[in-house]
Design a protein around this ligand. Structure first.
Ligand code: FE2
Ligand code: FE2
Length: 292
């Protein structure tokens, strides 16, 4: 048995002071947006309360699916490193980056420099990475790419998709519960052309061929469970969670999911418990419980 916690999109603040030279282009827009709107939504006391509750559940592993920072200023990466250390050891916390972590091209290497050990596989490899933890196989993908202002699209790229396929091929004969972590939800909805995963179709093709047992994502900042297509018509649950610091705004309030995974006959049973804040309730409570 294993217990896996999933949280996402903490958007850690406050934004540090920035030099004017750091605020060129897209960052200027993000900086303005943070002070106008986002700093009231993403509150660090909310995030701290959520993490306390999560750690009380004593999960075996924690998955964190991106958007740790906001406009990818160098000082934001340092703050975030402290947050990660408080969350857990690099061997117990698996991170994949979001679009805000690669907000601009010149921040491309910063996440790797500051939190690299949280984003590597058992052999030290980068994306896609593979961690075997008890009955779990955790596969980390990076969909984060620098984009133009007003855009938040993601992309895996041909090379990463090929390697993803090779990882799933490797896992085919192992009796492990395969969890795929990706920031952008790999399913295209109407009206999201500014923020979708560009190679959704190519991801879906790999999943249809090899399957997985659970896909975890962030980016949308809402509770979500949909089913993707696996091999032979088998359904693969894909779950998203709200921002772990959300205290208001249009999205759902801060929450996380806790998965209890157990062997069941020839397959697996996976129970998902959602814990977090609700608009009609004080403090953190259980929001939903279901078998996926
Ligand atoms: Fe986000
Ligand atoms: Fe995002």
């Amino acid at each position: 048995m294993a217990v896996l916690a999933h949280l996402s999109d903490p958007h850690i603040g406050p934004l540090p002071r920035a030099r004017l030279s750091e605020l060129a282009g897209k960052r200027a827009l993000g900086f303005f947006n943070w002070h106008r709107r986002r700093k009231a939504i993403h509150r660090m006391d909310t995030l701290a309360d959520l993490v306390v509750d999560l750690k009380e559940q004593a999960p075996d592993q924690i998955a964190l699916t991106g958007d740790l920072v906001n406009i990818a200023l160098p000082a934001e990466f340092l703050n975030t490193r402290a947050f990660l250390h408080a969350l857990g050891q690099p061997s117990d916390v698996a991170v994949v980056p979001g679009n805000h972590d690669l907000y601009v091209r010149r921040a491309a290497a910063a996440g790797g420099e500051h939190w690299g050990e949280y984003m590597r596989g058992d052999d030290g490899e980068s994306f896609p990475y593979l961690r075997r933890r008890g009955p779990l196989a955790l596969v980390g993908l990076s969909s984060a790419i620098p984009t133009a202002p007003f855009m938040a699209t993601g992309k895996l790229g041909v090379e990463q998709l090929e390697e993803f396929r090779a990882v799933l091929e490797l896992l085919k004969d192992e009796d492990l519960f395969r969890v795929v972590m990706i920031h952008h939800p790999p399913s295209r909805k109407r009206g999201d052309r500014f923020k979708y995963l560009i190679d959704t179709a190519a991801f879906a093709k790999v999943l249809r061929e090899y399957g997985a047992d659970l896909v975890l994502h962030g980016h949308d900042h809402v509770h979500s469970i949909v089913y993707l297509e696996g091999p032979g018509g088998k359904k693969v649950p894909m779950a998203g969670v709200p921002s772990a610091s959300a205290s208001g705004g249009h999205g759902d309030l801060a929450a996380y999911n806790l998965y209890t995974i157990e062997k069941s006959g020839n397959g697996w049973q996976c129970e998902a418990v959602t814990r977090g804040f609700r608009r009609d309730h004080d403090g953190i409570s259980e929001i939903a419980r279901r078998v996926l």
